[in-house]
Design a protein around this ligand. Structure first.
Ligand SMILES: Cc1cc2nc3c(=O)[nH]c(=O)nc-3n(C[C@H](O)[C@H](O)[C@H](O)COP(=O)(O)OP(=O)(O)OC[C@H]3O[C@@H](n4cnc5c(N)ncnc54)[C@H](O)[C@@H]3O)c2cc1C
Length: 502
């Protein structure tokens, strides 16, 4: 019997969390690396400091240089700002006063959540004031009848999930950074993650938002209904706006019931053609209980072995799949999965596999996939890309990139949320140089476009991809985005140099 029960010798269950301590091995200031000019914002003066101190008191206004390091540096060490102040409001009213003042005084602002973003969105490029949601972490209401949770934007995703778990619900969003990222940051980036395949994206699951605009206006788009067609759906404009249109202060989110039967299969496959066939078969055979479909290639598993000291539980294969089912009837779900796997074996789609049903074994297998980004910061330098591709072209980009890099790269590897056509492609090099960057970009984005893909699947554009928006979207669409930005933020103080081309 090739499919066997998962043994726990190879990994220990590890709680997913991102430690974003910064070891600044290589990063220079963003302003020095990139050809970006500071816009004509005012610089902070003593009277500005006094105003913020009057609102927040000394403790919630950070100016100490050492403390400012974590606000100026991204956990991946790809961008580095020179801000001299971070503000930590607790209420919507405080956010409103701060933004109004910044707008009136032409001071640029950088919204900051859990700092787990991967495109440099939450880090100031120059001396923008950092506006952190970390103290806005109150869960305001959990409605057992409707399953709607209302909370402040700074709530940590995992804490929210633990809270709704108490009444048998779950947050319909799950990502490796859940121990650090904020729900406000998730909404601002329209985060996808491991469960999007089953539960859909945040445009569907966020029912309401409260947002403070650049001039301090509080926009109440709160709702607890799935159905609420009272005029334009303004909240959707802010989902994925990456802090460039306003500061999200409250979120209402629908929570589905927590599945009481979860099963995870870890499989080894011979080639990508079989991966694709297995995906189609999984959708067909597993239907409503299929909840995640993730792929890893051999170089990714090598990376996992070397950096995370974890091994594949089934030996070495060219491709690996993680297929999760979740439902309400353990016997039914388990039968369905085993029938599917046996049929895959008979058809020689899958070479070997293991199935986990106990929570600690499921967590242990998931951690092979989820913990990959945790060690990115320990690499010489890692160029990370997050693209969507039609499934027939899904792995073509990894092969093309491997060939394009030749000996310039230490490793090129691909893994991702294949169920959502989302590939994470990494290029590891010894150290960052402009030459290598220019060798990779715009090649990778142009090739993605040729393959009919999207250059940002779930991480957003932030600072690092903003220049390529024109490549990704037609002229008129980018113009409409610029007009929208002017409408909500005429002075351009909200997260400048992000999303829109600089
Ligand atoms: C280990 C790991 C795994 C990850 N896995 C996934 C994944 O599977 N799927 C995925 O989509 N992403 C993933 N990410 C990326 C990241 O976790 C998400 O983008 C997340 O949503 C960012 O949330 P944050 O609170 O850390 O936001 P930050 O990084 O602090 O900010 C991200 C952006 O949102 C803006 N922002 C933050 N808070 C607010 C606010 N209150 N109002 C307005 N704007 C705001 C910032 O200005 C910035 O532009 C992963 C990251 C790591 C480190």
């Amino acid at each position: 019997m090739l499919v066997r029960t998962c043994c726990n010798k190879f990994i220990s269950a590890v709680k997913s969390s991102v430690e974003y301590r910064i070891i600044c091995k290589k990063s220079d200031f963003t302003k020095n690396i990139y050809n970006v000019n500071r816009r004509n914002f005012n610089k902070l003066e003593a009277r500005h400091f006094q105003f913020f101190k009057d609102i927040l008191g000394g403790e919630r206004m950070i100016t100490d240089q050492e403390e400012m390091r974590s606000y100026n540096e991204e956990w991946m060490r790809c961008v580095k700002g020179i801000s001299s102040m971070a503000l930590k409001p607790k209420t919507t009213e405080e956010v409103s006063k701060i933004l109004k003042f910044c707008n009136d005084n032409n001071l640029a602002v950088c919204p900051y959540g859990g700092n787990t973003g991967l495109v440099g969105g939450a880090i100031p490029v120059f001396d923008e004031i950092v506006l952190s949601a970390e103290l806005m972490n109150e869960i305001l209401n959990v409605d057992e009848n409707s399953g709607v949770v209302v909370c402040q934007a700074g709530c940590i995703l995992e804490n929210l999930d633990n809270k709704v778990a108490e009444i048998g619900l779950m947050i319909p969003l799950d990502l490796g950074a859940k121990g650090s990222c904020h729900i406000g940051g998730n909404v601002a980036t329209n985060a996808g993650g491991l469960k999007l395949f089953r539960y859909g994206n945040l445009h569907g699951n966020v029912l309401g938002l409260e947002v403070v605009l650049a001039d301090g206006t509080v926009l109440d788009c709160m709702s607890s209904f799935k159905k609420d067609n009272t005029g334009y759906h303004l909240k959707n404009i802010f989902i994925g706006s990456e802090g460039t249109l306003g500061f999200i202060t409250k979120v209402a989110l629908q929570c589905p019931p927590r599945a009481n039967s979860i099963t995870l299969a870890f499989l080894g496959l011979q080639n990508f053609e079989r991966v694709l066939r297995t995906f189609k078969k999984a959708k067909q055979d597993l239907g409503e209980i299929l909840s995640a479909f993730e792929v890893l290639d051999t170089p990714t598993m090598e990376f996992v072995n070397e950096r995370l000291k974890m091994n594949s539980p089934i030996g070495d294969f060219p491709y690996y799949l993680l297929i999760e089912t979740s439902g309400s009837n353990e016997e039914h779900d388990s039968d369905k999965l085993h029938q599917f796997l046996e049929s895959c074996m008979e058809k020689e789609l899958v070479l070997d596999g293991t199935v986990a049903t106990e929570p600690h074994k499921i967590n242990a297998i998931w951690s092979i996939r989820e913990k990959i980004p945790d060690v990115f910061k320990d690499c010489g330098y890692l160029f990370c890309y997050d693209v969507s591709l039609p499934l027939e072209n899904y792995y073509v980009l990894v092969d093309d990139m491997t060939q394009h890099m030749g000996k310039l790269a230490k490793k090129v590897f691909g893994f991702g949320h294949m169920g959502d056509s989302n590939l994470h492609l990494q290029v590891e090099v010894d150290e960052f140089t402009r030459e290598i960057k220019n060798h990779i970009e715009p090649f990778i984005f142009e090739r993605t476009k040729q393959l009919n893909g999207s250059i940002s699947a779930e991480h957003g554009m932030g600072f690092l991809k903003a220049r390529y928006l024109n490549l990704a979207r037609p002229y008129n669409t980018v113009k409409a985005m610029e007009n929208l930005k002017k409408l909500f933020d005429p002075s351009g103080i909200m997260n400048p140099y992000k999303v829109l081309p600089w």
